[in-house]
Design a protein around this ligand. Structure first.
Ligand code: MN
Length: 748
């Protein structure tokens, strides 16, 4: 053996070399996935984008310690492999964080890509978050509104955004907990439903699972483990179910594949939760999917042929047949679903579709383009995009309200109704007769004086039902009224009514405006500047509101100018009114600042909880050991919630900036009240039995115990004093083992 170092197998790489290797590997993987569809110019452009992004991000690392560039490369790969996008999207994905985080500008990007520069920089612009120089009360929502604005220009923006979010969710473990919660809440609130609406079924499912993993780790782990334990039995059952089916399907002489797919952890948990059943009682943990490979013209016939084979072999349950081939879902989903009775009398869901339908079901929007022309309803997306445009154009609300609107407007199911001429119109479910009028035309809405459904006059706020024939009666003297706002459900109608009323207020306000103009002229001060001062001083939202109040004498000119005087052509306040004290400030007692450890065993932002005013939230009653966060409430200081508290999602999404980190320290001698719900068989002595088990055997104290019994079943609310989560779970286990108890659940 020589000592020549080239024979050393443990070559130590420098950090730089290691990074370069990682980056090269990731880039090569990306190229492999897209090579086939690229021409020479694409190849060059991808290389330019790569070099640009590597250089721009060279000083950045992700929280996990990896070089930052790995993130955009991975997002690009997801765009190709999991959505099916092409080279332009890859280039934009590689560049998606460049403008935001580095010195590279949109103009730089535009220059570098020749005739494709404009398109690429437009998309990258859409992906770039709003810069930090503006103050927004809710940045995240504003950013999302921006994404949607660009969505109507180029759909790829939102698809790349989805891939970006998916990669961030897949790597969320490296984030601090507070951020994890906020990101997960946003994802569950807006990205998962949007993925669903775009037909990105796999994205939606993965989003939901990843969110659950963050916000409800325990139940997630519980189900993942159960699925793992029961895997073998499930595979065997699927085999037994498929064998006779395959024999018959082979006789059809059509290329097909058949497989059993497990349902997502999130959907299983939902079922357990909603139906209040145990894991073992859920039979449809999987669905059988049969995918045929046939040309477009034979699709429908083939699917029904396969259906008839399935229902020949196993008895179908007629009311569970769903034909989404004849009536595709509005997100483009096509498939035939049926539920049959399989071996051992178990219900099994079978989905029949073709390869094309499958690709659309999994890749949604993007796949639709690939099959342009084959799709039975090529307009579904155009209709949808139009309605997004509509919400965007008409929305004057703040960003949060907008997102809310957007969600309720675009994610709802539809209701189908007819015009008197027999044209079918689809409206969001929950729409009313008056919504219909505004849907037809804004003028029809403004002058709507009555509505007939199926020939008879109804309330204007009546909710539409499928198949209704709707006729609007107009009257040119009619005008939108404030009460109308409560009679409509669509944001389109709401916005039209609001702007019509605003116009009305503006007209009324003209008089007030003139009066004010005269007064300001007399004082010899500038109009616009003075009006802004008055608006601010009296807390109005707009000039129109001020003018309106003057016109209607809710605020008179003398009253307004009581507080003001003109000095050197400027309007100023006679005396400074003290600025309102800032609210929501946390009061810290300076005497407490020297405390190092927390008596209650709780840290908030790494400080002892005693420094803050805080309470354990009564909706979920956290105990020592639970995953928790602190939330700054509007008037009651900090509240400590469990991360899987049912209120938490909403709080985290809407008020992410009020969340603070909270942790338990290990030592504590405090007790916590756990809020339990027990269900079981009612028999004499239930109360004695329960209290005996708790006080004597478990040696715990009861805070409250309310029992209601009815027809042989009891429900008990139990407040139990425990030291920590471990002790609580020992107690839950022990109580579940009692003969008369069937389930024990934590509430909240
Ligand atoms: Mn990103």
């Amino acid at each position: 053996m020589s000592n020549n170092p080239t024979y050393d197998t443990n070559i130590v790489l420098t950090q730089e070399e290691e990074d370069r290797l990682l980056i090269q590997r990731s880039y090569r993987k990306l190229l492999q996935s897209i090579r086939e569809v690229m021409d020479e110019q694409d190849q060059q452009n991808v290389r330019i984008a790569f070099d640009l992004a590597v250089e721009a991000h060279s000083q950045q690392r992700r929280r996990s310690g990896e070089p930052y560039i790995l993130h955009p490369l991975e997002v690009a790969r997801i765009c190709v492999e999991e959505i099916g996008l092409g080279p332009t999207a890859v280039i934009c994905a590689i560049l998606h964080d460049v403008v935001e985080d580095t010195k590279v500008t949109l103009e730089d990007i535009k220059q570098k890509f020749g005739d494709r520069g404009t398109r690429i920089s437009t998309i990258v612009d859409g992906l770039t978050k709003l810069d930090g120089t503006h103050e927004y009360p809710n940045r995240q929502a504003e950013n999302f509104r921006k994404v949607l604005k660009t969505l109507t220009e180029d759909v790829r923006v939102v698809l790349i955004k989805m891939a970006d979010r998916l990669h961030n969710m897949r790597t969320i473990d490296a984030m601090p907990q507070k951020k994890q919660l906020k990101i997960a809440a946003e994802t569950a609130y807006i990205y998962a439903p949007l993925a669903h609406r775009l037909g990105l079924y796999n994205f939606k499912t993965e989003f939901e699972d990843l969110c659950m993993k963050v916000t409800d780790r325990e139940n997630y782990k519980f189900i993942a483990q159960k699925l793992n334990e029961t895997k073998r039995a499930r595979v065997e059952y699927i085999d037994r179910f498929s064998q006779p089916l395959k024999q018959r399907l082979d006789e059809l002489n059509i290329p097909y594949r058949l497989h059993g797919r497990p349902k997502s952890i999130y959907s299983i948990w939902n079922k357990i939760n909603n139906k209040k059943v145990a894991f073992e009682q859920i039979y449809d943990l999987f669905a059988i999917r049969i995918i045929a490979d046939v040309p477009p013209r034979e699709e429908r016939l083939t699917c029904w042929m396969i259906y008839s084979v399935v229902s020949d072999v196993y008895r179908p349950i007629p009311e569970r047949l769903k034909d989404w081939i004849g009536n595709p879902k509005t997100n483009g989903y096509e498939s035939l679903h049926t539920t049959v009775v399989g071996p051992e009398g178990r219900f099994v869901e079978v989905q029949v579709r073709t390869e094309r339908m499958n690709e659309i079901a999994e890749k949604g929007f993007a796949a639709h383009w690939k099959y342009k022309g084959v799709v039975p309803q090529p307009n579904v997306y155009n209709l949808w995009l139009n309605s997004i445009r509509d919400v965007l154009d008409n929305s004057e609300s703040d960003a949060l309200e907008f997102i809310h609107d957007f969600k309720s407007h675009l994610f709802k199911d539809e209701v189908f109704v007819f015009t008197p001429k027999g044209d079918m119109i689809s409206l969001p479910k929950g729409s009313t007769a008056l919504d219909f009028a505004f849907w037809i035309h804004s003028d029809v809405g403004y002058h709507c004086s009555a509505v007939k459904i199926d020939g008879s006059i109804v309330r204007m706020g009546k909710e539409l039902e499928n198949g209704n024939r709707v006729e609007v009666i107009t009257d040119s003297r009619q005008k939108p009224k404030k009460e109308w706002l409560s009679m409509v459900a669509t944001s389109r109608a709401k916005n039209r009514i609001r702007s019509a009323m605003k116009e009305e207020r503006r007209k009324v306000g003209e008089l007030g405006k003139e009066a004010l103009e005269r007064k300001l002229k007399n004082l010899k001060v500038e109009f616009e500047e003075s009006v802004s001062l008055l608006i601010k001083h009296f807390g109005y939202n707009s000039q129109i509101d001020l003018f309106y109040d003057i016109s209607t004498e809710q605020r008179t000119i003398p009253a307004i100018f009581k507080d003001f005087k003109a000095v050197n052509g400027k309007l100023i306040l006679k005396e400074e009114v003290p600025v309102k004290q800032q609210q929501n400030k946390i009061v810290v007692d300076p005497k407490l600042l020297h405390l190092k450890t927390s008596k209650s065993g709780l840290l908030i932002n790494d400080e002892p909880a005693e420094l803050f005013q805080y309470q354990l939230a009564s909706c979920c009653n956290p105990v020592q050991g639970d995953d928790i966060f602190a939330f700054l409430s509007a008037n009651a200081g900090l509240k400590i919630h469990r991360t899987n508290c049912s209120n938490a999602h909403n709080l985290m999404m809407n008020y992410g900036y009020r969340i603070m980190r909270a942790n338990w320290t290990t030592t504590t001698d405090t007790s916590f009240v756990a809020d339990l719900l027990l269900i079981g068989i009612d028999r004499p002595g239930v109360i004695e039995n329960l209290s005996h088990e708790i006080s004597s055997t478990l040696n715990l104290n009861i805070r409250w115990l309310n029992i209601a019994a009815n027809e042989g079943r009891f429900e008990a609310e139990l407040g139990l004093l425990v030291a920590n989560k471990d002790q609580l779970y020992i107690a839950i286990n022990a109580l579940e083992k009692l003969e008369m108890v069937s389930t024990v659940k934590r509430r909240g």
